[in-house]
Ligand binder design. Sequence first.
Ligand code: UDX
Length: 445
Amino acid sequence: MKIAVVGTGYVGLVTGTCFAEVGIEVTCIDIDQKKIDNLKQGILPIYEPGLEEMVNRNVGAGRLHFTTNLAEAVKDADVAFIAVGTPPGEDGSADLKYVLAVARGIGEHMNDYGVIVTKSTVPVGTAAKVRAELEQALSKRGVNIEFDVASNPEFLKEGAAIDDFLKPDRIVVGVSSERAEEVMRKLYKPFLLNGHPIIFMDIPSAEMTKYAANSMLATKISFMNDIANLCEIMGADVNMVRKGIGSDARIGTKFIYPGIGYGGSCFPKDVKALIKTAAENGYQMQVLQAVESVNEAQKEVLFDKVKKHFGNDLAGKKLAVWGLSFKPKTDDMREAPSLVIIEKLLAEGCTVSAYDPVAMEEAKHSLGDRITYAKDQFSTLVDADALLVVTEWPEFRSPSFEVVGKLLKQKVIFDGRNIYDPAELKELGFAYHCIGVRTTHKEPA
Ligand code: UDX
């Protein structure tokens, strides 16, 4: 089988590389010449554990190709994936101009039957628009080539993308013909060997599945953030509550960790887009509206704690920030809570010294030289009035608190990810603030 993957962003690059890894002939296409030149030399546009090595291995084996030439790549591809960006427009709805331009391009150059698959997260109804673009392009050429469209949403998590792709919880494919189903089943066969399921359904349901999955996960997080905030007010401990509810299998232990709000490229965008799609169709997504507003407020919770601790006067304070990316193991800064927190600190006249293992270059695009970027986590602490833990990178989990205490001007820690033990820090003389976890010991009644 031969496939083309259009768009070498996060999803496209992981998809193309993982298909090559199981022996499929893959060509990845992008309009960005520089990106393609870099990829040919093994330089990746994103950081994802294990990906660089996998790209190089498959390029070396001659199974993975990079080009800017869409015509050449789609000419005789059995399957063409559209994995280009769908940036949110002003109003939160996904902008489909890139997706539809690619569909048109494929229609202008395909030679034989193929399945055109949307892999980008696209609103319900997009596959139908892709089909219309293709039909138009083909009729302009005056040719009669059969094709199918399909929807194959991607569920990979940044930082664990390769594993998620190779060992998926499930593969969801929306199709409208048996022929397309057969092609897609054959393509995914190498991934199904260990019992990973492939679920075929109609196209609109597949498109909706992606939004429903991300919205449900975002809902769990906002719900827990609300509970955590209430725990603080009522003197309960969210860690206990989390264990208490998570042991009910219907609720489950995953994705119920409170923190400083979800970020990234998916949850914020998809929640907004689903609210918008519903509104356009005369329906109000009330739960999701609340999910979104809880999340916006949660991004400010750590800042509010800083302000409260220092008695509202933050001017001239120096703060150390550990972690900038929206979550560990990625350099992705999109919708990162760190940005909201740091902007608020700067507006109050604080100085900020930050360290992140991989996201500092990305962070410079938004924060520029308004903060200092430290060479390691401990350098941020010199003369700082407090430490803020913003992203739970593994290397921040168990620092020498003796060193931390010595370097800081004041022994104060604001932990937005609940990674430390309140009792231990109290013992060591730190003022410790976290999210919904009781920091003063209380005997169970
Ligand atoms: C997510 C989905 O998990 C994935 O299936 C989809 O394809 C894309 O969106 P990703 O954005 O890479 O993936 O990150 P994920 O690990 O899901 O975390 C999302 C956000 O939720 C992060 O900001 C994280 O800090 C936050 N989170 C997660 C919590 O605040 N609490 C939790 O318990 C879990």
